[in-house]
Design a protein around this ligand. Sequence first.
Ligand SMILES: Nc1ncnc2c1ncn2[C@@H]1O[C@H](COP(=O)(O)OP(=O)(O)OP(=O)(O)O)[C@@H](O)[C@H]1O
Length: 945
Amino acid sequence: CVLNMGQVEEAKVSCLSILTYHRELLVSRLRSIQCILDNLLACGFLCEEDVEIVQRTATKTDQVRKILELVQCKGEEACEYFIFIIYNVCDAYIDLQPWLKEISYQPSNEVRQLKVVNTDPISRYCEKLRHEMNRDSSFIMSYGQKEETRLENLYTDTMMELFNGCNESQGFFENLDQLLGEHAVFNPQGEIIYVVGDAGVGKSILLQKLQNLWSKKELQTDAIFFFKFRCRMFSLFKETDQISLRDLIFKHSCYPDHDPDNEIFDYILRFPEKVIFTFDGYDEIQEDLDLMNVPEVVSPEGKANPLQLLISLLCGKLLKGSKKVLTARTGIEIQSKVIRKKVILRGFSPAHLKTYIDLHFKEQEHRELVSVQLDASPYLCGLCSTPLFCWIVFKSFRHLHAMHDSFHLPDTCVTLTDIFLLLSEVFLSRLASPAPSLLKKSTRSTSETFTAGLRPLAAFAKLALQGIERGSFICSQEEISACGLTEEDVPLGFLRPVSEIDASGSPATFEFIHVTLQSFLAAFALVLDEQSAASSILKFFTECSRKREPSCLPFDVCICSSTKRGEKKPFAPNEHLHFTNLFLCGLLSKTHTGLMGHLLCPISLKRKRALLKSYLSTSVKSHLHGLPYYNGNEGKRVHVMPNFLWMLRCIFETGSKDIAKVTAKGITAGFIKLGYCNVYSGDCTALNFVLQHRKNLLGLDMDNNNISDYGVKQLKPSFCKMTVVRLCVNQLSDSSIEVLAEELCKHKVVKTLGLYNNHITDVGAKLVAQIIEECPKLRVVKIGNNKITSVGGRYLANAIQKSTSIFDVGMWGNSIRDEGAEEFAQALRNHPSLTNLSLSFNGITSKGGKCLAEALKENSVLRIFWLVQNELTDVAAPHLAELIKANTGLSHLWLISNQFTVDGIRHLAEALTHNTDLKEICVKGNKLSEEEEKEFLSEKRLRFH
Ligand SMILES: Nc1ncnc2c1ncn2[C@@H]1O[C@H](COP(=O)(O)OP(=O)(O)OP(=O)(O)O)[C@@H](O)[C@H]1O
């Protein structure tokens, strides 16, 4: 080995003297003594007796001293091997790696021949973690335990949309590695990587994929520990339970088998950045906030209630710097200051759905059959963009095929209730003897399957309801038996064992395979229950309609708590209750009277249906009446709340035209704002179901949702009434614009069309141009941040030129460049109505700028012109100056972030002296120094800030 210490000139220094020279450092920094001893012993440098002597030494530092003494006694070879162990097992000797660098250590060829076995507790623990993680994450649960599918055979990417602290979309992740990295961090002080999404959108599977990649060392991260927790586990502890962070990690995640000196935990405390935590399902914690009255935990050694430990971890009071991914259902808000980055899962895109079909169905014939049926039903496609629903639908296809030899879903319009009924039918059909394989025909109809399975179904339903009422998603063996379920019933598929807390080997607790299934079964229990008063079916409606403050994480000090003390389950999210209500509506719908009539007494069924109908009609009326209306430019407007969406979903699920009519009539405003309401494509069918009964025209703002092309297709029949169509930030592609062009041009009532931040290309731009040309009332078109080039720019400019109504056009963030700018210049010459135009972020250079400026001299209507962040230079300045001098009536000119220098700006400033109409030119972010800007201080209309 080579010692490079400056004073010694590239000379070979013996390892023995290195050990002498650096003795002090080694004594203070060397940990994991056992691994050194094991290897020295295995290679014969030490004998058993030596090892015993070391072990008998009292303190760690003395042990190191003893080892150094021994190896130095044994000679140069032993000393070299000693250093080689440190070099080889770098994880365990992380503190000594800089030292190895400092001495420029390179192992000699001789020592390389010797074997080093990593017996370091930390490394062994990491291996165990990876091994267990791999075992636990390799399969996706399927129907019952027997039919598990390998994760890699079914996992399909989903859309992961990024958001900043102001909840503005920042685009999409391309791969999972980006989740943990620095990409899209909007708050470096925040500790939580917050992943939210609707029920069944794939939050747990995303974490599972992350775990699986890490276990195979395929995740780009240097984290060596990974602890996964499900938040529902924290509900299992008693209020009085106190545990330490060590117990939380070791006893409830993965236990270290060999760690006599507690090195692993020490290491975790010292290097929290080496740790990844995933906490799945924050919405499932049902604890009372009062717990948080206990003092905050900050000591890693102290004991505390597990929930409090969780909060301390999440806030960074414990293990600050560790990576923490927290998932929750949409709607659970936590304060931005603890969030590091935020991701919203959007489910399968059409391309993902195609991949998923291919993974799910091996036979080409089946793939085609499924695709054809999906293509025929945008509603079904919308449902299938949620992976859970997609999985059930596809499983049902399979089941139908196996049982009835058919490959068709029963109805063209499938509701969520239908989907969960299908799933239950599949489970219950297991009770029957397998269908004769040759004939492949099932002798049982759906109602026969349900009637035959009524006993276990009712028992599962009761169990589910009890859980929902208690706010618990886990049930014990006793509860299962108490509901009348037998050992044979459990494997039917509704339940699965909870593995994490399986201490004795046999799982003592179970959970429903999915919370949404539990909600469905709870609704079933409400319908089937003939003991309680009929009105008890409405109990969750009452609970959901109770006014709540927005839910907030109970982060004691660092996160707001908007709830009153003492209220039971103050922050308990009620989405599963909403789902229960929704399924109740479905089960009591007219469509399912036939089936339900077999399962409970017809009089009782009739009473429940009538009760539900009358409740819904009354409550929708009072809900609409109570909404805050205000007057805007477009007349009476209303901004509806997410609860309204749930109401729409319920109404659709009932299939009742009467209630839909009542609702349509109750919307007295001419403009509904449904922005940021988490509307997904499937909701559009519900909306359309109601809107088709509306007589008057309506403006609809659905910006910032997740509607996608499927949603637009479902809204098709409603566009005839729409004066305002706002679908900005909604994942729309050109096929949506096709639908819009067809409908809007047919009815010609549209005044505002909002489409910014979608995926529209030149093909869509041509269709928007058609809408502009053919709709004489259209005033506002926002089509910024799409993928339009000069080709699409030309279509749009031509259409604008012909329109006499168009007033405001937003075209920012495309790439129409100079060619497009020239077309717009043509359109602007003498345009009679266009008052506000944005061509910002469009790659326009001075050439395009010149054309625009010249054309605008012949325009006296345009007031506000945006050319922000283009490539205009001083070359364009004289032309803009001419325009300014022409005094056309332009009042605001935005030239932020172009490439003007002081010379160019001088032209503009001089021109301004000839103009009285221009209120301001904003030239912030051009190429002027602060010193240069001072020259223009006297011209207040030239703004640099
Ligand atoms: N990326 C994916 N690829 C393939 N299948 C998926 C994917 N994501 C989800 N699924 C399917 O959907 C089911 C439900 O997903 P998951 O449990 O992850 O949803 P979730 O968002 O955690 O729902 P919840 O909020 O209700 O707990 C999975 O069991 C799986 O069958």
